[in-house]
Design a protein around this ligand. Structure first.
Ligand code: CMC
Length: 436
């Protein structure tokens, strides 16, 4: 049984402010992270803290995911990502993140059956797709259709009813791949393929993406396995932008569908989920420019240029990105098997080699990150660039849901409502329109 420990109380710190001497509690989490608890600061002193981008702010305690950027550690509910990637399918990871423990055989079987039951979307929802322009970005379709689930499934909207929360959780996990695949079919004008429940989660998604009613389609097991790995390594990453968004929206007691739809919008941004798309676009640019990898490495090092090598470096992982390490092996295996005649793969391999031995990159610990290899793998699987972030959303869904549940179950749950330091105009006299 997974445990969620109360933080340890440490020696408080003292803060001298506005002529007062305040004592602030200090907490320590189960992996040694230390935090000054400022929740009473404003009440006691009248002042607030300011932290643009929340770089130093813990918005919550959480028992879901631990990561240590210096050591390259990532664990879901205590289990190292490497072990989970080796032994689990994506459905087990969903169960682990959401319910806190790996399922036993019976729990896994019930969970799988329930997800299978919900893979169809309401027939009338299919007609939504007629209203979207053909060139609509699939992330825009995804967030709209997920938001619209709350119009069709009104029997599972109450965040305070555990049964309704469970049903909406299973519905979301089951329907997101269907909604995503339809957004791709919309873009290329092919007929939508219904889910096939005899297939597993990843196989089913590939079938809905690439099958047509006119030809038999067989899922390549290596493709399904690559997708399994990609979904697993993206499944959670603690309080990132989209997860914080899901918690923020959910804190107002908005229903799960509405909260996840907001998370999808946050993920769409190029600073968050869009980096693997940016990486493949960069590789395409290098190919179009004659494949001169060194030119781009030099440009990335040039302090007079704003160019950066997309897919290199990470805000948190400063030695290596454990997710990148896991999927690199799959990436190499797929490329060796497929022997695709696409110069982009050769450029990717040359770029990786050049950067890994370049002093600038070595000194700054700039290694290829998860987006470098995931972009290349998606390309090898034949997934169009615009769908990359959609795949990220399918992977991140169990993490979002787990955080939404955790936030609702927290005894100290309150609506998220940050403060601000106002810097605008002070009070001034109103000027009537004819005098302005
Ligand atoms: N290419 C060239 N130089 C770089 C790069 C890069 N990709 N990334 C960092 N640097 C340099 C940077 O110029 C700075 O050099 P100096 O110390 O001489 O000023 C040094 O390395 C440290 O960079 P930083 O900007 O302080 O690092 P950061 O932690 O703020 O940025 C990052 C992290 C991921 C935004 C950045 O490495 C970057 O822009 N990478 C390219 C975009 C990318 O691949 N993003 C996806 C990240 S993984 C997404 C996820 O986990 O969900």
């Amino acid at each position: 049984m997974a445990v969620s420990r109360e933080p340890i109380q440490k020696e408080p710190v003292r803060l001298a402010i506005e002529g007062q001497d305040l004592e602030l509690p200090v907490l320590e989490g189960s992996e040694g992270e230390v935090a000054i608890d400022i929740s009473e600061l404003r009440k006691k002193s009248g002042v607030i803290t300011l932290d643009e981008g929340f770089v130093n702010t813990g918005s919550t305690t959480s028992a879901i995911t631990f990561l240590d950027g210096e050591k390259g550690v990532l664990r879901y509910r205590g289990y190292p990502i490497e072990e989970l990637a080796k032994h689990c399918d994506f459905i087990e990871i969903c169960y682990l993140l959401i319910y806190g423990d790996l399922p036993n055989a019976e729990q896994a079987s019930c969970f799988r059956s329930s997800i299978r039951e919900h893979t169809l979307i309401h027939e009338e929802m299919r007609s939504f797709y007629n209203g979207f322009p053909r060139d609509a970005h699939p992330m825009a379709i995804l967030s709209s259709v997920v938001g619209a689930l709350s119009t069709f499934y009104q029997d599972s909207l109450d965040p305070s009813d555990p049964r309704q929360v469970e049903v909406s959780t299973h519905r979301l996990l089951a329907k997101l791949p269907t909604i995503a695949a339809y957004s791709y079919k919309k873009s290329n004008g092919q007929p939508f393929m219904y889910p096939l429940n005899k297939l597993d989660y990843c196989e089913n998604f590939l079938q809905m993406m690439f099958a047509t009613p006119t030809e038999p389609y067989e899922v390549d097991p290596d493709f399904a396995d690559a997708l399994r790995l990609l979904l697993i390594v993206h499944a959670d990453h603690e309080q990132n932008c989209s997860t914080s968004t899901v918690r923020m929206v959910g804190s107002s007691n908005a229903n799960l569908f509405a909260s996840i739809s907001a998370g999808i919008s946050a993920l769409w941004g190029p600073l968050h989920g869009g980096a693997n798309e940016a990486c493949v676009s960069m590789l395409e640019e290098i190919v179009a420019d004659g494949g001169n990898v060194q030119k781009y490495v030099d440009m990335a090092k040039d302090k007079n240029s704003t160019f950066r090598l997309m897919g290199f470096g990470h805000r948190v992982y400063k030695n290596f990105d454990p997710r990148a390490k896991i999927i690199k092996a799959t990436c190499d295996r797929l490329l060796a098997k497929l022997q695709l005649d696409d110069p982009l793969f050769e450029v990717a391999q040359k770029l990786e080699e050049a950067a890994l031995k370049d002093e600038y990159f070595v000194k700054r610990k700039l290694y290829p990150n998860v987006d470098f290899y995931s972009g290349v793998i998606y390309r090898a699987l034949g997934i169009p660039v615009q769908m990359f972030t959609v795949l990220f959303a399918i992977g991140r869904l169990p993490g979002w849901i787990a955080h939404w549940h955790e936030m609702h179950q927290s005894p100290g749950k309150r609506i998220y409502r940050p403060r601000q330091v106002y810097t605008g105009q002070t009070e001034r006299e109103f000027v009537p329109l004819d005098q302005r």
